[in-house]
Structure formats: structure tokens, C-alpha cells
Design a protein around this ligand. Sequence first.
Ligand SMILES: *Cc1c(COP(=O)(O)O)cnc(C)c1O
Length: 367
Amino acid sequence: MKVYNFSPGPSVLPLPVLEKAAAEMTDVNGTGQSVMEMSHRSKDYKPIIEKTEALLRELMGIPSNYKVLFLQGGASLQFSMVPLNLAAGDVPGVGKKASYIDTGIWAEKAAKEAAKYAAVDIKASSKDKAYTYIPAAPAPSPGDAYYHITFNNTIVGTKWDKIPETDSVPLVSDISSCILSEPLDVSRFGILYAGAQKNLGPAGTTVVIIRDDLIGHAPAWTPAMLRYDIHAAEDSMYNTPPCYGIYIIGLVLEWLKNLGGVDAIAKLNREKADLFYSYLDSSRLFYSPVEKPYRSLMNIPFVTMADDDAKKTEQETRFVKEAAAQGLINLAGHRLVGGMRASIYNAMPIDGVKALIEFMKKFEGKK
Ligand SMILES: *Cc1c(COP(=O)(O)O)cnc(C)c1O
């Protein structure tokens, strides 16, 4: 049975992409080899990575003064690479200032890691209300090496409703769970990074989009694998890149382009999210804890209204189990926040959202 997979990541991929990858598994482009078997420096692999980069540049409108890097280590390694390359001092532990906005667990982790290399200033936080909104973004401090935000907060289901103004301080953003979900003006950012396994492809590849002038500031003690300048100079081939993941990302981008690109997918994403939020807002059992202006299009947490905790837990456990039996899988909320969450990334068809709403209406009817 093919299911509707609401996992936050690794997550649903477009079916035509999986089918194409299957058809090309043992022989891609008439080379007689699987992509997994190719030398990353071969003439057979070169067009694959080049196509992925060209499509990403085209779809996101990445200006020519930005480098695109395909790295490993997930978004989590960027939590270290960003401060190491932009703020770390000549000796470990004595770094420049960097501002962070705390909008959830990933933002908090990013700041915590940065504090090992930089003088981190948490400018604002929405922790006071369980991260259910995005706080106003204060101006950067003078001398900030950069200003970090998490654009879409995968666990709590919030998203920045606008790009904050940071003047000449480079804005750095984790866009792991919203890359290519809506148009984004890349030129407003110094660095954008995303783990692939939410909206781009399989786990194991991290995309980094970095403005040229931010490359080359890592102190001498920075490990080679963690230096943007080395990866940029070698076109992501300093060591073996995640070859197969880059190939799948290329197929996903091709699928997205054929669909009409980012504007077209954004329209679909808004339609899917509107359907789901309007159901939640009208339900007598379920609700969204997130304040309206900041609701994510990609990750939608929801809870039941039961007033005692035991009843709530019982309902939510039963919901996740009964939904799975109907082929609506991975609807449990993050282990740290509980409740439920539907992740409806680019590859989730609108029929999946409709099927989920139908199931929820029935569940609500019988409680
Ligand atoms: C999933 C996620 C991460 C962690 O990604 P890894 O690739 O597992 O390191 C970081 N930030 C955000 C916003 C995420 O959604």
C-alpha cells in the first residue's frame, strides 16, 4: 500500500522522482553504471552535479556572486561551520559577536554550538510562549559578524513572515524545512543552508548558498573539512561529495521545474496549508497552537482540546495509531513537544491533505 507520509524528515519525495531513479538505478545516461558506482571526478558524474547546481540556481534565482556548495554533516554541522568561518578568533574560544534569534529547538541548538566559537547574543526569543510566534527582530549589534535566524521552525510550526532588516550585517538562515517552498530573495542573505532530507532529497547532503565576500575568513586552526574557502575552491570536490544525494536532488529540481517552479509550488503549498488550517480553526476537537501570522506552510502541529492531560494523551496516541492504519503515517509530534504534526512538504499531494482532513473529521465525530 502506498501511504501518505507526513514525516518531518526524512520525508516524502515526488513519486515520479523515485520511479525515474529506479529506472536508472543500474544504468544512468547510457553509461552502464549506477550513479553510486561512478567516480565523482569522472566525465560521467560531472554533468550530474552541474545540472543539480544549475537547476538550483535557476529555481531559487541565486545571484552569480553566490557559491553553491554540496556538503555533508546535515544542517547541524552548519551550526558549527557558520560561526567557525565568520566569527571564530585566531585562538579557539575568543570570537567575534554574533546575534541569534531563538525561535525553537533548532535555533537554540545553533546558538549553543556557535557559543563555542563566537560571542553569541540572543537578541530575542519566543520561548515565553512555547515558541508559538516569531518575535520582533531587534537591530544587530555594532560589530556583529552575522545575524542568524531559523526561517521555518520544523518542530513548532512557525515561519518568519518577513525577512528581518540587518543593514550591513550578513543575515544567515537555516532554511532546511522551507527551501523552495515559496519564493525567497536570496540577495537579502549572506548564507542560506539546508539539510536535504526535508524538501530536497535524501538525507546526507547539505546545501550551502554563500555570498563570495563571506568566504575565506576562517582562522588557521579550522579543520579543512569545515572551511567554506576549501569547499568553494574545489567546487564541493575537496573530498568525495554525497554523489547519489546530489543526483536525486537534481531529479527533484527537474520535477519542480516541470511543475512550473517555485511560484507554482508556492501556490499549491498555500492551498494545501489553507485547507488544513481552516479545518483546524473550525474543528471542535483539534486546534493549531501557532499564532496566525507565523504559521508554517510546511509543518503544521496540532493538538486536541481535551482539558485533562490523561485524556489528551489518550486521544493523541489513538489518533496517530488509527491514522497510520488508514495509510496516513508519521503524524506524531516531535518527541520534545508531543501532540501531532503534519509535515506537508512540496512533494505531499493535495489529495494527501484532503485524506487527512477527512480522517480527522471522522475521528472528531466519534471522539
Ligand atoms: C531537521 C532540521 C535540522 C537538523 O538537520 P540535520 O540535517 O539532521 O542536521 C536543523 N534545522 C532545521 C530547521 C531542521 O528542520
